[in-house]
Design a protein around this ligand. Structure first.
Ligand SMILES: Cc1cc2nc3c(=O)[nH]c(=O)nc-3n(C[C@H](O)[C@H](O)[C@H](O)COP(=O)(O)OP(=O)(O)OC[C@H]3O[C@@H](n4cnc5c(N)ncnc54)[C@H](O)[C@@H]3O)c2cc1C
Length: 351
């Protein structure tokens, strides 16, 4: 196998926590297969130039080109490469897409596909972020690759790589062995805390697609900027369900602020308009991997719980002592949100 490629979302020189967790999984797989780990970061770079006549993407190694080619200055590039190297990457690939904006297929996918055409990775991994939900299946279709969503990586007795995912509401697991596939595989991985320890000497490659850039999309504007930090990196999440009355949501905001966390919701809460749908946690929405998850007035449906990392410590508050959430929780508080949360807040504020 030539390489395992991981899509990295980064802000400047800071890879996201979700990306580092996927790199940890990639390192484990690549070590087992004797393959190299490529960390691929799509950067906006300079606006398209008129370098006509360039038919193919090109790779430069080992130093970055001028800052304008990637949009990152040399120091930022060095810090990013070092961070990704320490997290397990053998090579860091900066792919200059020429379009700006959030990571979605239009801004990122064609550039990533062009780099994959050049590098021929056997395995392309994404942490299961909202961006991955948009990019990964389209990339698989573009490359003619197999696609597995939200799969956990297991190593078989002979070191073979097996992707495993729960199906039918968690009642069964479907396993897919990499050896059985005769094509590249694109996989989105649940976000965990599987960090790897690599060296400081990752090699840098730059793919500047030049004349091959997709010029249909040069910039993407976000109409309403997200008011809160992304859930995928949150270490503490306070989630509300249908059991939290509209008037009590400010209590959840205060609890999240007191714990240094973010507020999220179940689908039922989002559908009632208590919280915006970009804060929904669930199998049909976002996967999260906090250290602490405080579930308030959420019954604990499989669709909701299945998207919370098994490593998270769950504290549940619900007035129904038989609510399924208590079976998943480490700590349970039986009672009404409007009684328990103010008591918790008073205790936290006293400290
Ligand atoms: C295809 C499909 C995909 C889905 N994807 C998702 C998904 O991605 N995410 C998701 O969340 N759901 C998803 N669902 C919906 C999911 O099945 C549940 O319906 C939903 O999660 C229930 O949300 P809830 O726990 O907030 O509401 P409920 O199940 O109604 O629970 C409300 C809880 O609040 C408690 N309560 C009520 N009042 C109070 C009070 N005053 N104080 C304390 N407790 C109180 C009740 O005892 C109850 O336990 C999906 C469903 C389908 C069919």
């Amino acid at each position: 196998m030539a390489c395992v490629l991981v899509h990295i979302e980064a802000t400047g020189d800071q890879p996201s926590a979700a990306a580092l967790s996927a790199l940890g999984d990639a390192r484990r797989i690549a070590t087992s297969l004797g393959a190299a780990v490529y960390a691929a970061v799509v950067v906006p770079g300079a606006p398209p130039t008129t370098r006509a006549g360039r038919a193919n993407a090109r790779a430069q190694t080992p130093r970055p080109g001028p800052a304008t080619s990637t949009g990152l200055d040399d120091e930022t590039t060095d810090r990013l490469v070092a961070a990704l190297g320490r997290a397990g990457a053998d090579k860091v690939v900066l792919i200059v897409s020429g379009s700006d904006g959030p990571a979605i297929w239009s801004s990122t996918g064609p550039a990533l596909a062009a780099a994959c055409d050049h590098l021929h990775p056997a395995l392309i991994l994404f942490p299961a972020t909202p961006a991955a939900g948009d990019i990964a299946p389209r990339l698989a279709a573009r490359l003619g690759a197999a696609f597995a969503a939200h799969a956990v990586v297991e190593l078989g007795p002979r070191g073979e790589v097996v992707f495993s995912r729960s199906v039918y509401g968690g009642g069964y697991r479907r396993r897919l062995a990499l050896d059985d596939l005769d094509r590249p595989v694109v996989v989105t991985l649940p976000i965990g805390h599987a960090l790897a320890r690599g060296g400081d000497d990752a090699e840098l490659l730059i793919f500047d697609l030049g004349a091959d850039r997709d010029r249909r999309v040069l910039a993407i504007a976000v109409a309403t900027p997200a008011p809160a930090p992304p859930l995928r990196d949150a270490r503490v999440i306070v989630a509300g369900g249908a059991g939290v009355a509209a008037a009590n949501w400010p209590l959840l905001e205060r609890l999240a602020a007191a714990l240094g966390g973010s507020v999220a919701g179940t689908r039922a809460a989002c559908e009632r308009g208590f919280i915006s749908s970009d804060r929904e946690v669930g199998l049909g929405a976002q996967y999260v991997a906090p250290v602490l998850y405080v579930a308030c007035g959420a019954s604990g449906s499989a669709g909701h719980l299945g998207a919370i990392s098994p490593d998270a410590e769950i504290v549940a508050i619900d007035r129904d002592p038989d609510a399924p959430i208590f079976r998943a929780a480490s700590y349970g508080l039986v009672g009404a949100i409007e009684d328990i949360v103010p008591t918790l807040l008073a205790a936290l504020e006293r400290r």
